[in-house]
Write a protein that binds this ligand. Structure first.
Ligand SMILES: Cc1cc2nc3c(=O)[nH]c(=O)nc-3n(C[C@H](O)[C@H](O)[C@H](O)COP(=O)(O)O)c2cc1C
Length: 283
């Protein structure tokens, strides 16, 4: 999804300038530049061509995704390919504001799974002694890593993707439609297809905020967030403000205002109940 004509070092430099607002000085002889250019140029895609993704390619992407590292080799992530169009419609009926979910040629749901290891313990006659929050987290992290590996593989193959955590807004529906048994839970959906538009590179907080050396440091956080708000606004301003009736029209509407407004309301506050009902005590 980068400019195919630009040499990879120049493509990375251009992408990271938008992303972080700074130059990195990429040496032209740095190994792995093509892969790095794909990663640096990442963008979520929400407009897709109608062309299907070839089943053979999809299978290859599943295999690449599930080649990801996995905690203790426990392999606690599954991918559900929602191939039935009616099922997909029912799954996301609560998300009319995200039409890209129905437009995408492929829709997947990445799940955490601690059911298999429980089965294996039973078959081997061993107690299951890990009924705690960390155990839930391991499966959730594994599923996230597998999804990210899928995204990287898909982007390397020229496809576009968009993760969808909003499927968890209706987790019971997801469970019912996908027949998820106890111990299996959705982490996120993923739209996949051939991009119909290039999308845009979304700027990130500067590395000074998110990369730390030897100790956590937020001493310049406020100034950095203010500067990031301005840089992001110059690059790609928000098309509309969130919750104007509640918070009014802001004269300057940056990322931090948007995120503060977003999290001023509970989001998926019932997800813990759902996860407990799926058999996790989260102790
Ligand atoms: C776990 C996860 C869940 C997400 N859920 C949604 C979603 O429900 N709907 C959506 O349109 N985008 C979703 N996104 C995409 C993010 O909005 C996007 O990654 C972010 O705005 C940064 O943009 P970029 O990916 O183009 O860099 C999600 C991304 C992640 C990683």
């Amino acid at each position: 999804m980068n400019n195919p004509k630009a040499p990879p070092a120049a493509a990375i430099e251009a992408a990271l300038k938008i992303r972080f607002g700074t130059h990195f000085g990429i040496p032209a002889d740095q190994p792995g530049l093509d892969a790095l250019a794909t990663m640096a140029g990442h963008r979520s895609i929400r407009r897709f061509q109608p062309d299907p993704v070839a089943p053979k390619l999809l299978r290859l992407l599943f295999a690449c995704a599930l080649s990801a590292p996995t905690k203790s080799d426990l392999q606690q992530a599954d991918i559900i390919h929602v191939a039935d169009a009616d099922k997909r419609r029912r799954l996301v009926a609560h998300l009319p504001e995200m039409p890209w979910i129905l437009d995408a040629p492929v829709f997947l749901v990445f799940c955490g799974n601690n059911r298999r290891i429980r089965h294996i313990g039973e078959w081997r006659g061993k107690p299951f002694a890990n009924e705690h929050l960390d155990h839930f987290m391991n499966a959730a992290v594994d599923a996230g890593i597998v999804m990210m590996h899928f995204i990287s593989a898909a982007e390397a193959a020229g496809l576009g993707t968009c993760p969808i955590s909003a499927i968890r807004n209706a987790a019971d529906t997801v469970s019912r439609e996908l027949a998820l048994p106890p111990g299996v839970f959705p982490v996120a959906g993923l739209c996949v297809g051939h991009p119909a538009a290039a999308g845009h590179i979304s700027p990130r907080l500067p590395l000074e905020v998110t990369v730390h050396t030897d100790r956590y440091d937020e001493s310049r956080l406020r100034e950095a967030v203010d500067a990031y708000d301005r840089r992001r606004h110059d690059n790609h301003p928000y098309a509309k403000q969130r919750r104007v009736r509640q918070f009014g029209e802001a004269a300057f509407y940056g990322w931090s205002e948007d995120k503060a407004r977003q999290y001023a309301e509970p989001e998926r506050a019932d997800f813990g109940h759902y996860i407990r009902r799926q058999g996790f005590s989260l102790k």
